[in-house]
Design a protein around this ligand. Structure first.
Ligand code: FE2
Ligand code: FE2
Length: 284
């Protein structure tokens, strides 16, 4: 409880704390209203040409697999569906927060964004392969799973040497080093931010449990897939930084998702293929 209070204070005290973009709140509302039409999405985005261009670039990337060109938001919504357009809008607007460099994590500009996009794409791929319900929530959770790093970065920068020495001299894993130096880790911090954004409880939980999927109660599958995709993205070299020093696959996550070593070997080349198209990454 004390931890929760302190974390909340921390979240409140951060000056440039990102707030959930209005367009995301709106797209969630539209996609949940059964009376919505593709024109409602078009209307929502009509004011923002920059965002529209990013959305169309993503919609036309090979990740979505459309052979012919999608030229308008209405067309994208018809062809891809409300749930998918919602995740694309989410990625194109929230993803913007993830592009700045995070010195405390040794992440260069765009690196956290690329890592998050890789985790999101891998998560959705796994959810589809395994026929898990609502694959789009796997994608969206992947986009924001490390959002806590944005908050902790400024504090970490000050105590950076301490964290490094805990990792290299004391053999701490990265999460434990964060907890020791800052009082909490980036997963707990991201969870608080997601709560503040009123994201669905299963998404809030998955952000909090992406390094400890065995603690998930609402949707252990979502946390487990995020955890596995995180490790896969790091293996592929997406967003190592200091947080990526020690990646592993939790037994709980493997059991929960029914994924074994052989399947991970199959997932790797499949998602590598999805990531070849730069349109999925170079939108900012
Ligand atoms: Fe993480
Ligand atoms: Fe991550």
């Amino acid at each position: 409880m004390i931890l929760a209070l302190t974390l909340e204070k921390l979240i409140e005290s951060v000056e440039d704390m990102p707030s959930l973009p209005q367009v995301v709140t709106e797209i969630i509302r539209i996609s949940e209203d059964p009376n919505s039409t593709p024109q409602d999405v078009q209307k929502l985005l009509a004011q923002d040409q920059v965002l529209t261009a990013k959305i169309l670039r993503l919609a036309n990337s090979s990740f979505y697999g459309f052979a012919r060109r999608i030229n308008t938001i209405t067309e994208a919504t018809i062809l891809l569906g409300f749930q998918t357009i919602r995740s694309i809008v989410f990625a194109a607007s929230v993803g913007n927060f993830l592009t700045k460099s995070l010195g405390g994590y040794q992440l260069d500009q765009n690196e956290l964004w690329k890592h998050s996009q890789a985790v999101a794409m891998t998560s959705r791929y796994i959810a589809r392969q395994k026929r898990f319900k609502n694959p789009e929530i796997f994608y969206t959770a992947g986009i924001i799973h490390d959002i806590g790093k944005l908050v902790l970065n400024q504090y970490l920068q000050e105590d950076y040497q301490k964290v490094l020495s805990l990792i290299y001299d004391e053999g701490y894993d990265f999460l434990k080093a964060e907890e020791t130096v800052l009082g909490f880790n980036h997963a707990q911090t991201g969870m608080k931010l997601a709560e503040k954004w009123n994201l669905p409880p299963e998404m809030v939980e998955a952000i909090g449990c992406h390094h400890s999927p065995e603690e998930a109660k609402i949707n252990p599958t979502l946390s487990s897939v995020l955890h596995i995709s995180d490790s896969i993205a790091l293996m592929m070299g997406f967003g190592l930084g200091i947080g990526g020093l020690a990646y592993n696959f939790s037994d709980f996550a493997l059991q929960t998702t029914g994924i074994d070593g052989q399947q991970i070997e199959n997932i790797l080349p499949a998602v590598t293929d999805l990531m070849v198209d730069k349109s999925s990454f170079e939108i900012f």
